[in-house]
Design a protein around this ligand. Structure first.
Ligand code: NAI
Ligand code: MG
Length: 359
């Protein structure tokens, strides 16, 4: 197949980890006979330095003309000045909004070779394989908000949680479709005992699932109970779908199951148009430029890109197997080495590449 892939390395270790993922994508093209072209764009601090904007129009055009986008990370102390006109993170919010990326997809999978990296007990973590769908463009983050001064001088502020059936339906559908390729179970998380918006969420979820995914098992769990179940019995969950704020909190909590941020990829998807793939970590200014960042999250994000945007499942699995193989042989970057011997970013990339070419 032919595809154009936009590469937006961004700032800090984003540059280092995207370079390794690009090598893997090039190897996928060669091994499986695809024609991938890569186009680079600026986003974040480097874009502000070059153009004054965190997401220049040129980058947006490159993204729109591509089938998929691989992003590193943005930000760093250099751009943290509170009086600055724009911040690197503005580029992230704008690209999500402009491309209509309403679903954030995060796999939380505990590698059998790294269970000791988790702060949780091995018997709880081993075998965990959850796919989160967090709604990304609605809820409290985007509802009407405000602040006012009361007559006594104190202040009142508010945010509103708003969802329409349309917004709920489209993310529930993505979750249902994903469950079909997995263990066929979707857990919807809400607060329907208290919130009206959750009652609409629950009704809409039930209607869509019964009508369109009768073969998929469903359940409802309240957000407070879910916070507990996620660390007490995480193996009970397959696909989890929830609104923006609940998903933000649960996915960070879930990232502790596998143990290290340097391992976790994510995707942001829309109805049509390109999907955006990135590691969940940031630009890690404390280690940027040292060549020690873990590139595996970004390499696994590239595998998600192949799966979700290019529909190349075999190729995606081949990358994931190569990563597993490298971990099974005991190779570690510093963040997961537990003080033991560690390899560099580039060496980790090479090891995955070698394993990929060998299978
Ligand atoms: P961070 O994720 O960049 O780093 C947190 C800690 O994890 C650091 O000690 C870092 O060295 C380590 N770490 C992260 N990724 C790693 C990797 N691949 N390999 C080894 N170690 C890794 O979060 P932090 O420090 O809160 O933010 C740094 C900058 O990144 C800020 O400017 C922040 O705004 C930005 N950021 C950007 C994100 C994005 O582009 N999506 C997401 C989160 C933060
Ligand atoms: Mg968060």
């Amino acid at each position: 197949m032919r595809a154009q892939i936009a590469l937006l390395p961004g700032d800090g270790i984003g540059v280092e980890v995207v370079a390794e993922a690009e090598k893997l994508l090039q190897a996928v093209a060669k091994k499986f006979g695809h024609e991938f072209s890569f186009v680079r764009g600026l986003i974040g601090g480097c874009a502000i330095d070059a153009t004054g904007e965190a997401l220049p129009d040129e980058t947006l055009s490159i993204c729109r003309a591509s089938q998929a986008i691989l992003l590193g990370a943005v930000g760093g102390p250099k751009w943290d000045n509170p009086s600055a006109k724009t911040r690197p993170e503005a580029g992230l919010l704008k690209i999500r909004k402009e491309l209509g990326l309403f679903a954030n997809v995060r796999p939380i999978k505990a590698s059998p070779y790294l269970v000791q990296a988790s702060p949780l007990k091995t018997e709880i973590v081993a075998g965990v394989d959850i796919l989160f769908f967090r709604e990304l463009t609605g809820g409290l983050y985007f509802g009407e908000s405000g602040r006012k001064t009361n007559p006594d001088g104190s202040e009142t502020a508010f945010n509103t949680m708003i969802y329409s059936t349309h917004e709920i339906e489209r993310i529930v559908r993505l979750a249902g479709q994903a469950a079909r390729g997995r263990r066929k179970k979707v857990t919807s998380v809400d607060k329907a005992n208290v919130l009206e918006v959750s009652r609409l969420w629950r009704q809409t979820f039930d209607r869509v699932m019964q009508a369109e995914f009768p073969d998929v098992q469903t359940e409802h769990v309240l957000i407070d109970a879910m916070a507990m179940h996620l660390i007490s019995k995480p193996k009970n969950f397959d696909v989890v779908v929830t609104e923006n704020l609940f998903g933000d909190i649960l996915t960070d909590e879930g990232s502790m199951l596998p143990g290290s941020m340097g391992l976790l990829p994510s995707a942001s998807l829309g109805a049509d148009g390109p999907g955006l793939y990135e590691p969940i970590h940031g630009s890690a200014p404390d280690i940027a430029g040292k060549g020690i960042a873990n590139p595996l999250a970004t390499i696994l994000a590239a595998a998600m890109l192949l799966r979700h945007s290019l529909h190349l499942e075999t190729e995606a699995v081949a990358i994931e197997k190569a990563v597993d193989h490298v971990l099974s042989r005991g190779h570690r970057t510093a963040d997961i080495a537990g003080g033991g011997p560690a390899v560099s970013t580039v060496r980790m990339g090479e090891l995955v590449l070698e394993a990929f070419l060998a299978v």
